[in-house]
Design a protein around this ligand. Structure first.
Ligand SMILES: Cc1cc2nc3c(=O)[nH]c(=O)nc-3n(C[C@H](O)[C@H](O)[C@H](O)COP(=O)(O)O)c2cc1C
Length: 171
């Protein structure tokens, strides 16, 4: 029934340090606080990512575009850092934490874990934003422009969508 809330944006969660760095796909990501900025992500204990976030208490939320869909699918269907050999992404140093960012992503939000709580079959990791990088062309002035980048959203199962290249104003 949770698909009734879809389409939802899809993100890549980077975890781990050095050779151990791993990437998984995640739809269940949200903003929790403005000051300070805090993000939440629901990660099943069955994911290798869960082990890495629990160990290093850090994660990066990377924002992929439609061009990265093949990599998103690998990240979301295969387990452990071995999958990175099949992916075309480049891991680069983050600005404030040891967990790397993804060079090809539209944005990378660097978080330090401040809380972790189990809800049903997932753990809700809460991270405080400590650093961020983004592509100026996708986020001119720090806000998204759907006409400049193909932001990725998940519709259901193997189906993904992007936004129409048009802005509708509320007034
Ligand atoms: C589009 C998409 C979204 C996903 N969202 C989540 C999510 O929000 N939370 C989660 O625990 N798993 C999610 N998954 C499943 C994990 O990405 C998948 O199990 C992955 O293989 C875990 O990798 P790991 O074991 O290397 O950490 C999603 C998968 C896909 C394809």
């Amino acid at each position: 029934m949770y698909h009734l809330l879809y389409p939802l944006r899809t993100y890549l969660i980077v975890s781990g340090h050095g050779e151990e760095a791993n990437v998984m796909a995640a739809d269940w990501v949200t903003v929790l606080s403005h000051k300070p900025i805090m993000l939440g992500v629901a990660v099943s204990p069955r994911r290798y990512t869960h082990k890495l976030i629990s160990r290093y208490r850090e994660f990066v939320v990377s924002v992929p575009d439609l061009d990265m869909l093949k990599d998103v699918w690998i990240a979301g269907t295969k387990s452990t850092p071995a999958k990175l050999r099949e992916m075309r992404i480049t891991l680069v140093p983050s600005t404030k934490i040891e967990t790397p960012s993804i060079k090809e992503a539209l944005a990378n939000l660097e978080c330090r874990v401040v809380d972790a709580r189990d809800y049903g079959d997932h753990t809700w990791f809460v991270g405080k934003l400590v650093g961020a990088t983004y592509r100026e062309e996708a986020f001119p002035g720090g806000v998204p422009d759907v006409r400049k980048a193909d932001f990725l959203a998940h519709s259901a199962w193997t189906e993904f969508v992007t936004f129409e290249k048009k802005i509708h104003r509320s007034e």
